[in-house]
Design a protein around this ligand. Structure first.
Ligand code: NAI
Length: 653
């Protein structure tokens, strides 16, 4: 088979077969996932030029775009280039070029078909949408969506208009505004994909049929398009603004609002939408929010590289089936591990198994998966799982003697190389490990409550540990889908240490007569996910008080805080704390007016930022970047501000 003369490319390979079908494969060199870097786009330009020639001379009947990587199709544009691209002088030109390229692909006289497996996100989806037909593998790995909002932008390669053309305004805007990743079936349901196949190896055959049959994707049905027409559009745009406002504020996260404005202006005409895209996109890319969110993105990506290579974790044994131990055990079972859960008797373990069942039902889709997860989580009151476990996590009551005696009794039973960890939130590891024969084996794996929701695990390093134990601990956290930040064994570690002065500061102001509603509203206006008083109620006043005492903060006996604890008013879990709680919601009164709410929020957050500086200064975390990401993941601290230290650097905290 004589191959046509093609340009040299690093990111793409091309082959024409006997039927004159062109097989174009993307394979980003030296990277685990494909991205659309500027170089990849420029190479694609040269290829498309050839496709135009070959099509007009009838030497090519169609192009099939596939990925050469197991990880998926294309994960998006290359985010590492974004900082350079946020330069206003180059960005519009670069976007214009990509828009022109995608339009040329769309205008090719021969069918262009995308075959999708795994991740097809952001710029990758935009490229797929510029093809004439899309086929996706219908398995658990396929993920299709626009995660751009998470980076403070929206789709910039024409995806705004093309997704509306395919899915209609309501569905398309929904996925762009939320950044939600769709499974293959849902993407098909929205008409973002035209055909599903069961296996990756069926993509090529189906794509060939699509080209030879000159199949072309259909636009969204009229009933869907109607919502973008006439006065309906403004109504829909306003609804979207209302929904968005429930989650984020315009001054913090401008991207979704800018996208809604774009939709309101042009949502009835997908081409006009694309034409208007760049003008609204460019200022977002250079904004402080986007710059900070990119930094958070890179910091969380860097945490993924922390773990020791090759460590395998099949069996986990958890001691203590209370709030934390029970939820940690269930989480590990959810993530595919076999878990034995120990407590003083089976009766104390049962509630944890019941909670586990609820979690599995919520997170797993198929009944057989739920059943399998239930089987993986086993009550083990006698500790028979200890000798087989790859990881042992202790989460019993916060008492030194109890913890010491548990570890003392374990040491001789362990499998060689097993991780030995405590979930203590305040006791120094050195003291727990004091009497161990191999004190270097004990690390901390400090989870946060609720385990299923908070992504951070502080991997606590004692003076006895070496890199080997810590690397394994981090690898385990990653294996269960959590983000590890390595922290020195010092009271409060990172997150509790910085949270306490912030929450207590607010509690003191409430004690002095200030409105809790106002303080909470102010922290939210600053960008916190919830205010400090509501947070204290959520954590539990008893837990808060004991951590505060452990960290040396005095809580006067006659204070409101101490009285609430004494009266069993422990916050959300008991139905009353500083607030009354109904159905998991704090019952708030009127918020008094305040001239500078965000300014007040900034004042409230100051002790947290100050303490983060102290913690970095003491070397509890190795550097400012890790402190910032740890505080964001562990407390929800305003990600758009880039973390407490970045916020201070930018003069925002
Ligand atoms: P919890 O009181 O809910 O559970 C402790 C469990 O340990 C109870 O079920 C108890 O029966 C069991 N237990 C006591 N002695 C035992 C023994 N000798 N053998 C086996 N089981 C025994 O406590 P929680 O809140 O789950 O805390 C557990 C640990 O996790 C503590 O070290 C705490 O500091 C830490 N932690 C707690 C957080 C929270 O928000 N509650 C957050 C992060 C860490």
């Amino acid at each position: 088979m004589i191959q046509p003369q093609m340009p040299e490319t690093k990111h793409w390979s091309f082959r024409r077969d006997v039927e004159n079908l062109g097989w174009l494969t993307i394979n980003t060199p030296g990277a685990p996932v494909n991205t659309l870097s500027r170089e990849a786009i420029m190479e694609l330009e040269t290829l498309v030029e050839r496709f135009e020639d070959l099509a007009s001379s009838h030497e090519l009947v169609g192009v099939i775009l596939l990925s050469g990587k197991d990880s998926g199709f294309i994960a998006g544009a290359d985010v590492s280039e974004f900082d350079a691209m946020s330069d206003f002088s180059v960005l519009p030109e670069a976007l214009k070029r990509t828009h022109a390229l995608f339009a040329r692909i769309e205008a090719l006289k021969i069918p262009v078909v995308a075959g999708i497996h795994g991740f097809c996100l952001g710029g990758g989806l935009e490229l797929a949408l510029a093809c004439h037909y899309r086929i996706a593998v219908n398995n658990d790995k396929t993920r299709i969506g626009f995660p751009e909002v998470n980076l403070g932008i929206f789709p910039g390669f024409g995806g705004t208009g093309r997704s509306i053309r395919q899915a209609g305004p309501v569905d398309a805007m929904q996925i762009m505004l939320t950044g939600k990743m769709l499974r293959a079936g849902a993407a098909r349901g929205m008409n973002l994909v035209d055909k599903l196949v069961r296996h990756r190896d069926m993509l090529a055959w189906e794509a060939r049929k699509a080209v030879l049959g000159k199949r072309k994707s259909r636009e969204a049905a009229l009933v869907k398009k109607v919502m973008g027409m006439g006065p309906a559009r403004s109504y829909v745009a306003n609804k979207m603004r209302e929904q968005t406002a429930k989650k984020v504020r315009r001054e913090h996260y401008p991207a979704p609002y800018a996208l809604i404005d774009l939709f309101e202006a042009h949502g009835n005409d997908w081409r006009a939408m694309i034409r208007g895209e760049t003008e609204r996109f460019v200022p977002l890319m250079g904004s402080e929010t986007a710059t900070n969110l990119r930094r958070v993105f890179f910091a969380s990506e860097s945490l993924k590289k922390l773990g020791a290579k090759g460590a395998k974790f099949a069996r986990v044994h958890v001691i203590g089936a209370g709030v934390m131990g029970g939820d940690i055990a269930a989480w590990c079972a959810l993530k595919g591990m076999s878990v034995t859960l120990q407590d003083l008797d089976v009766e104390r373990i049962q509630p944890a198994l019941d909670r586990g069942k609820k979690l599995f039902k919520k997170r797993l889709r198929k009944k057989f998966e739920v059943d399998a997860a239930e089987l993986r989580l086993e009550a083990d009151p006698t500790g028979k799982g200890i000798s087989r476990a790859d990881v042992i996590i202790e989460a019993v009551v916060e008492k030194l003697e109890v913890k010491q005696s548990i570890f003392g009794g374990l040491e001789d039973k362990l499998k060689p190389g097993a991780i030995l960890a405590t979930n203590t939130s305040s006791i120094e590891l050195e003291r727990i490990a004091e009497h161990l024969k191999q004190p270097e084996r004990l690390i901390g794996l400090h989870f946060f409550n609720p385990v299923a929701q908070l992504p951070l695990v502080e991997v606590i390093r004692s003076t006895f540990n070496t890199d080997a134990e810590i690397g394994k601990g981090a690898a385990f956290a990653l294996a269960i889908g959590k983000s590890p930040v390595v922290v020195k064994s010092a009271p409060g570690f990172l997150v509790n240490r910085v949270l306490m002065p912030y929450m207590l500061g607010a509690v003191q102001r409430v004690e002095a007569g200030e409105s809790k509603e106002l303080l909470d509203a102010a922290a939210v206006a600053f960008g916190m996910p919830m205010g400090p008083i509501e947070l204290m109620d959520t954590v539990g006043l008893d837990v808060g008080k004991s951590v505060a005492t452990e960290l040396g903060h005095a809580i006067p006996v006659e204070s409101k805080f101490a009285t609430l604890v004494k009266d069993g008013k422990l916050g959300r879990k008991s139905g009353e704390g500083f607030y009354k709680w109904v159905d998991g919601k704090a019952q708030k009164g009127e918020t008094p007016d305040h001239a500078d709410l965000a300014g007040l929020g900034r004042e409230l957050v100051k002790p947290l930022v100050d303490m983060t500086e102290v913690v970095v200064g003491e070397g509890v975390v190795p550097n400012a970047d890790l402190a910032d990401i740890g505080v964001i993941l562990g407390t929800g601290f305003a990600p758009f501000r880039g973390g407490p230290l970045r916020a201070r650097q930018n003069g925002k905290a």
